[in-house]
Design a protein around this ligand. Sequence first.
Ligand SMILES: [Zn+2]
Length: 252
Amino acid sequence: MYIDTEGVILKQVRTLNNRRMVLLFSKKYGKICAGSNLSEKGKGKQSLAMKPFTYGRYELFKGREIYNINAAEVVKSFYKIGEDVDKYMSCSYILEFTEKLLPENQPAPALFDLLIDFLEVIERRNKKYASLVAAYQFKALQHSGNAPQIKICANCGDMKGGVHFSIKDGGILCGSCFETRNMAPKDKDTLIYDVDFGIVKVISYILDNPITCFEKLALDDVSLTKIQQILKSYILYHFDIEALKSEAFLLD
Ligand SMILES: [Zn+2]
């Protein structure tokens, strides 16, 4: 069966019987593994469409078990991403994170659009990439139905906002839930972070607005560090996403 879809190549997987295999985040079918004879190394337009950070259109043949990319064309090449090392590393990190977050063969068109928007916004930026990376991560969690609960207590639903973010509960705890969690010092929950209302507001702002609004988003260092810590524990605890390979190179 021949099908076509827009997509972004997440990574080269391996070579199987001399055939190149890639992970493609396709808009119609979600994350799929596909074989292809098209090389990313050539100079033609099809090769460009096989590189990461290219928004492409792919013609696929779906066999019984596996997809094959027969033809590819560029919709938009975010070539400026490759011109700056920090920007490149931030985008590599985001592709890696997105790949881990996505289940295979499940369409996630809203997340796909978010990724394209992210690439567009970061391509135009020339500093403070880490703020945008964190914003993308919150929005991606939200699009996959896993946004942290920060408007009401994540445990009891109380409307009074608190200043403690519980990783296990997946959001903010009200004062009394926080106290019960910490009653016995020996059971102290080490996955509860103190946050201030400023941080809660920043996360709220990110969740309530499209990423295209964050062209100028630049968090101060203290808030950014705290938010990165929370994100890191959150994705490790809920998705088992460990440190990503490209993380070590992330700078703001
Ligand atoms: Zn509560």
